[in-house]
Ligand binder design. Structure first.
Ligand code: GLN
Length: 493
């Protein structure tokens, strides 16, 4: 019986938000070791079913946690993330800990350094529980392309969690991490966040350092948080939005106090609803997001329909740019410089050919082939140059809207989570899952997905708020206002 009660208490720890857990830790009502153990036990009991983690780093996690307890006992002033158990997507480098990108190519890769974001988290004494499953090299939207097997959606384990940060979203939704880091090239944080009913942010390009993130498409990639609620998302951002002098695309964020003013509401804000986004989604998703728009009106915002003419073209162009950049970025995995090396090769050419043939999965090979084609003489002008031109057009579309509006509200995904295997093999259909998210990466803007109800089967629906560059503060404020007043989402405290 007592054991039962203890278990309930442990389980409760894994349900509360980062902000609540942080307060409990600060008051010494629970210790960091207790919190880490609660999460580790839950991972032990659920991970084989959900498949969220590729590696679990229990020993280092407990060491980090006991260090937090020691520092706290010594009266040190600690960061709000000290002692908070987190999971990291497996394309973000962790020193001495496997970083596989969910690929056979990097199955045995142990980076000699941490990604800058990992250094930041460790510096603030967050506790790292392990590395999270994903689509291979972040290519996919269902987490079915992982070499280590799919992740299952904790809301319904017959369904996909979304991707490519499927492990990150599932871990947060199932209480296997208090928060997680993911990466987003055309929707990979927001889309799984929507499918699993959690909050996810793709920050303004340049806000979070990409040093140590294994690149998919360098001009589109951003690291960002997946959390149980909006405030947590802002808190995590406050600790990772730091300029990195070793990443030339990293910038100094002009408004990095993301939690500041989060309670100020949406009175007087002007929110745009671009009709093209709503035409691309199911009725159930559309209705849930329109209901959220009504809610914003009730809260004092002004909501109006607008048009974003180049949405579809931008989505196709995003695929071209992403594949083109990926084909170049993945050139280094050749069995010599990096990655898996095939056995019994009789020549250098053989090493290249066989290592890449055996090391990469199908989807990755498809992207490399397409990307190489898009960049080759004869096709470059037809596909790659055109896509760059479309990129300018979509940037202008957004610019025009933001001349008159503060925020844009759209659905995050065309449908709710679909069944595992339902779309397997049809990579174009799967890529269409990013139709609402990819244009944001093309324009480098910040966008946040948060839960806005459920469909008729009880599956979470996500809505997306898009902001001006570096206007994350306003995104958090608007998302928080909805979350507080709609009384849905993942808040359990
Ligand atoms: N669905 C996108 C793709 O397959 C996801 C990319 C991403 O955001 N990492 O490329």
């Amino acid at each position: 019986k007592i054991r039962g009660k203890e278990f309930e208490m442990m389980d409760e720890i894994t349900r509360i938000s980062v902000s609540k857990l942080s307060a409990l830790l600060a008051k010494k009502e629970i210790s960091a070791v207790e919190a880490a153990n609660a999460y580790l036990e839950k991972i032990q009991s659920l991970n084989s079913e959900i498949g969220a983690y590729i590696s679990i780093t229990a020993e280092t996690a407990l060491k980090q946690a006991s260090e937090v307890d020691r520092l706290r006992a010594a009266g040190e002033k600690l960061s709000p993330l000290a002692g908070i158990p987190a999971g990291i997507k497996d394309n973000i480098c962790t020193k001495g800990i496997p970083t596989t990108c969910a690929s056979r190519m990097l199955e045995n890769f142990k980076p000699p350094y941490n990604a800058f974001v990992v250094d930041l988290l460790e510096g603030q004494h967050a506790v790292i529980l392990g590395k999270l499953n994903m689509d291979e090299f972040a290519m996919g939207s269902s987490n079915e392309t992982s070499y280590f097997g799919p992740v299952k959606n904790p809301r319904d384990t017959s369904r996909v969690p979304g991707g490519s940060s499927g492990g990150s979203a599932a871990a947060v939704a199932a209480g296997l991490a208090a928060f997680a880091l993911g990466s987003d090239t055309s929707g990979s944080i927001r889309q799984p966040a929507a499918f699993c009913g959690v909050v996810g942010l793709k920050p303004t390009y340049g806000t979070v350092s990409r040093r140590g993130l294994v690149a998919l498409a360098s001009s589109l990639d951003q690291i960002g948080p997946l959390t149980k609620d909006v405030k947590d998302c802002a808190m995590v951002m406050e600790s990772i939005a730091v300029q990195d002098k070793w990443d030339a695309t990293s910038v100094c964020h002009p408004n990095p106090e993301f939690t500041k003013g989060i309670e100020n509401g949406v009175q007087g804000l002007k929110i745009a609803l671009p009709k093209e986004f709503f035409a691309a989604v199911s009725d159930e998703v559309k209705n849930a997001v329109l209901a959220a728009a009504k809610q914003y009106e009730k809260l004092g915002a002004k909501v109006e329909e607008v048009s974003i003419p180049h949405l579809k073209a931008a989505h196709s162009a995003c695929f071209v740019i992403s594949a083109a950049e990926a084909s170049s970025n993945l050139g280094k995995f050749d069995g010599i410089k990096f990655g898996y090396r095939a056995q019994n090769c009789s020549s250098v050419d053989d090493i290249y050919k066989l290592s890449r043939s055996q090391g990469f999965g199908k989807e990755v090979k498809r992207r490399i082939l397409l990307g190489t084609m898009f960049l080759s003489t004869g096709y470059y002008e037809k596909y790659y140059s055109k896509s760059l031109q479309i990129r300018t057009l979509i940037c202008n579309d957004f610019k025009n809207i933001f001349e008159r509006y503060d925020l844009i509200l759209t659905p995050t995904t065309p449908t709710t989570a679909y069944k595992l295997g339902e779309k397997q093999g049809d990579s174009l259909d799967i890529f269409m899952g990013d139709i609402c998210t990819s244009s944001v990466n093309m324009a480098g803007l910040p966008a946040l997905s948060l839960p806005c109800g459920a469909d008729s089967q009880g599956l979470p629906v996500g809505m997306q708020l898009i902001g001006k560059a570096f206007d994350e503060q306003l995104l958090f404020r608007a998302a928080y206002a909805y979350e507080q007043n709609a009384n849905i989402g993942q808040r359990k405290d």
